[in-house]
Design a binder for this molecule. Structure first.
Ligand SMILES: Nc1ncnc2c1ncn2[C@@H]1O[C@H](COP(=O)(O)OP(=O)(O)OP(=O)(O)O)[C@@H](O)[C@H]1O
Ligand SMILES: [Mg+2]
Length: 264
């Protein structure tokens, strides 16, 4: 199994020192070739669980209370920050809702992609730069040689998102974590980016795709988990089965709502 999250509990400590649980005994798996759609209302713990995997939660206030996270059988929770930094960006790629949280405003986008390659691989600068151009083309950025020299603020939101996707995928990670990667974009660009991601997350890798939008899940996910108040209330290995027969009352209301608002 590529990713095994077992009985993971995470709490945030508030100013008074009290712990508020944001994840309670969460167990999830993702295998190669699978895209797990993680859905649930705002504050249900989707980002907390997913960003704990690459250890991107601010700690404090976040505290991993118990559980296990294994990548290809290797326990991640015992690793040092340095060991985790090595895995992040190489074996785990992360795509956020806001590209500017991941991109540096001060560096040209081509350099940023090349830097990600150089950080994790023994390649020459020229080879890294070449790879950056190839990935700019792969994520659908026209005129890569020209655009590589642009700073992020010179690009549209959709183009920035494509650059971040290139940064996350250039080292061909085994696991991709995408946290609402299209929410900030307008609808047509959303559709393009989803299609792109669907094509890039291949058979040899797995992904967690976090979204509010069940329509998105039905397009990109192979399996699904529904979270509510820090708990996984329903899991389905097959997305179609889930949509045809959601079991938990909360899932039923989600599916009901998504059908009600699906106009086309
Ligand atoms: N840095 C933090 N400090 C304290 N509490 C936090 C912090 N980050 C998240 N929380 C709390 O943890 C719970 C889960 O939040 P989380 O961001 O994981 O939810 P989410 O499902 O990703 O929501 P959204 O759909 O809005 O992104 C919420 O109650 C939230 O208030
Ligand atoms: Mg979130």
């Amino acid at each position: 199994m590529l990713l095994e999250i077992d009985n993971l509990s995470i709490a945030y400590e508030n100013e008074e020192g009290a712990s508020v649980y944001a994840a309670k005994n969460v167990s999830l798996t993702v295998d190669r070739g699978q895209v797990l759609g993680l859905v649930g209302e705002s504050g249900s713990g989707k980002s907390t669980v997913s960003l704990c995997v690459p250890r991107l939660l601010p700690s404090p206030p976040a505290k991993i209370v118990s559980g296990s996270i294994r990548l290809d059988g290797q326990e991640l929770l015992g690793l040092t920050p340095l060991q985790m930094a090595e895995i992040r960006g190489k074996r785990i790629g992360v795509i956020f809702q806001e590209p500017m949280t991941a991109l540096s405003p001060l560096h040209r986008v081509g350099d940023q992609i090349a830097e990600t390659v150089l950080l994790h691989g023994a390649v020459s600068k020229a080879a890294a730069r070449q790879l950056a151009l190839e990935w700019l083309a792969k994520v659908g950025i026209p005129d890569p040689a020209e655009r590589a020299r642009a700073y992020p603020h010179e690009l549209s939101g959709g183009m920035q998102q494509r650059v971040m996707i290139a940064c996350a995928l250039v080292n061909e990670p085994d696991l991709v974590i995408a946290d609402e990667p299209t929410t900030a974009l307008d609808v047509t660009v959303q559709a393009q980016i989803l299609k792109l991601l669907g094509g890039l997350i291949g058979r040899s890798s797995g992904a967690i795709f976090i979204t509010h939008d069940l329509g998105v899940v039905s397009e990109v996910a192979t399996k699904i988990a529904v979270m509510k108040n820090g708990e996984v209330v329903e899991k389905a290995e097959d997305v179609k089965t889930f949509f045809a027969n959601p079991k938990h009352p909360y899932s039923q209301s989600l599916v009901g709502l998504s059908k009600k608002y699906a106009i086309s």
